[in-house]
Design a protein around this ligand. Structure first.
Ligand SMILES: [Zn+2]
Length: 470
């Protein structure tokens, strides 16, 4: 289970948020004190950077080899690596991928696909057919002939191969109650990523991560030789890129609900190993000391509960195209500014924050693509500015808008969990998992010094800026 882009400091923030929103703490936090679990930290560096992206991170678990950021299970010289799903499949196990991102996104792909460029999701979509039994998440556009450049109908291809196709919460519930749980499932519940939890209308929503996790476990549990399932809370990462604390904390609770679902199964099936972790930090949010003797910090933090919308949802209301105004996108100059009254009303209605005139001006300038007084270049885009404005009121501030090199926290329970402890390296995971499946298969690795020769070529192939949140 992967909370994508969860900085270590998110866990205590989410614990406090959980106490206030649902009158109980995080299950993940409680597990840290459970003597049946083991825990530690993991060094997630990639082959070309101390800071990993999600495809390289997931590939390091999925192949046992460090690779370049942006690649999926492939060494810099083009050598294709065998992903963990193939190893498990050879041992007769069924495979599942569940995510709140597109199902072809970097983290699920790292367990089951091989691709030079993680952005070629239409090609990754072709690779799961027959290789992954349960696929649940977003990303219909990569399967749908109407949106694929080659007009191929992958949905029909999957159907022909015996997959049951699901597209709504009621489809998922039906598949869950069906007697034939051995059917393969392809559930595509949105065109792109699944919506942020904070933006969803309760009466008209997509399946939650916990609901998808339950359907996957119910489907896979009858496999006579067991299963390998990856469950990703993907949008924790996207909210961190956007410096959006409220959206992030809601996603973290969603992930915690999925942990509960998985543990309910694991308690009844004690032969199951469960590993809960993150693939990298992201923008490292933290609650800072506010007011005299920091006595304002707690009250400030509680203002996060007032937010009803994500920054992603607010951005178009301020007059911008969402994809051009969020973090990691280039500043777009010359866009008309919203009026001060508009900004004030939107911030109050959607975030519950009464912003002052300096903050209003900063947001208006960000919309117009003007340079801010901030010295931190990463925080110059709209989401960075919204994050800083919100931070003035909530006390939560960010280091930037991209991934960080922090060690990630992991917690494990079940057979083999005793091997997950201390300070581990991401490449240790593959031999541990394949060993537990009675395989001694190892992929080739590339020495970082040798890899340097390929770095220039690799960068040349990745000039476009990827909108991580899109
Ligand atoms: Zn990311």
């Amino acid at each position: 289970m992967v909370a994508d882009g969860m900085s270590p400091g998110v866990l205590p923030l989410a614990e406090q948020f959980s106490e206030r929103v649902r009158s109980k703490g995080l299950l993940w936090q409680a597990l840290l004190n459970d003597p049946k679990t083991t825990r530690g930290w993991m060094d997630m560096a990639s082959l070309d950077s101390l800071v990993t992206d999600s495809s390289s991170a997931s590939s390091s678990w999925g192949s046992g080899s460090r690779i370049f950021n942006g690649w999926v299970n492939m060494l810099p010289d083009g050598t294709k690596l065998t992903p963990i799903a193939s190893v498990a499949r050879d041992k007769g196990k069924r495979i599942g991928l569940v995510t709140t991102a597109t199902v072809t996104h970097a983290t699920p792909a790292g367990f089951a696909a091989v691709q030079r460029n993680r952005d070629d999701e239409h090609l990754i979509a072709e690779q799961y057919r027959g290789a992954v039994d349960v696929i649940l998440g977003g990303g219909r556009k990569f399967f749908d002939p109407a949106s694929r450049a080659d007009k191929r109908d992958l949905i029909d291809d999957y159907r022909q191969q015996g997959y049951q196709i699901l597209s709504s919460l009621s489809d998922l519930a039906e598949a869950n109650s069906a007697k034939t749980k051995q059917a393969r499932l392809l559930g595509l519940f949105s065109d792109g990523h699944m919506p942020y939890v904070i933006d969803e209308a309760p009466d008209h929503r997509a399946p939650s991560l916990a609901e998808m996790a339950r359907a996957a476990v119910e489907n896979l549990r009858n496999s006579p030789r067991g299963f390998l399932l990856q469950i990703e809370g993907a949008r924790v990462d996207h909210a961190a890129h956007a410096n959006d604390a409220a959206a992030l904390l809601r996603e973290q609770l969603e992930f915690d609900d999925a942990i509960e679902t998985v543990l309910q199964f694991a308690v009844k099936s004690p032969e199951t190993l469960v590993v809960i972790t993150s693939d990298h930090g992201n923008s490292n949010p933290g609650l800072v000391g506010m007011g005299h003797e920091y006595t304002e910090s707690t009250r400030s933090f509680e203002r996060v509960l007032l937010a009803k919308s994500s920054f992603y949802a607010i951005s178009p209301l301020l007059g911008g195209k969402t994809e051009y105004t969020m973090a990691t996108a280039p500043r777009e100059k010359g866009r008309p500014k919203p009026t001060a009254d508009q900004v004030r009303a939107i911030m109050l209605r959607h975030l519950g924050l009464a912003v002052d005139s300096d903050e209003v001006e900063a947001i208006r300038n960000a919309m117009a693509g003007l340079k801010q007084v901030s010295v931190n270049h990463q925080l110059d885009a709209l989401s960075g500015v919204l994050g800083q404005v919100a931070g003035n009121h909530t006390g939560i501030f960010w280091t930037g808008s991209t991934h960080t090199s922090d060690y990630t926290l992991f917690t494990a329970l079940g057979p083999g969990s005793e091997k997950f402890r201390g300070l581990m390296r991401n490449t240790d995971v593959f031999p541990l998992l394949s060993g537990l499946m009675d395989s001694n298969f190892l992929n080739p690795r590339m020495d970082p010094v040798k890899a340097k020769a390929y770095m220039k070529e690799s960068l040349a192939g990745r000039v476009r800026i990827r909108p991580d949140w899109a």
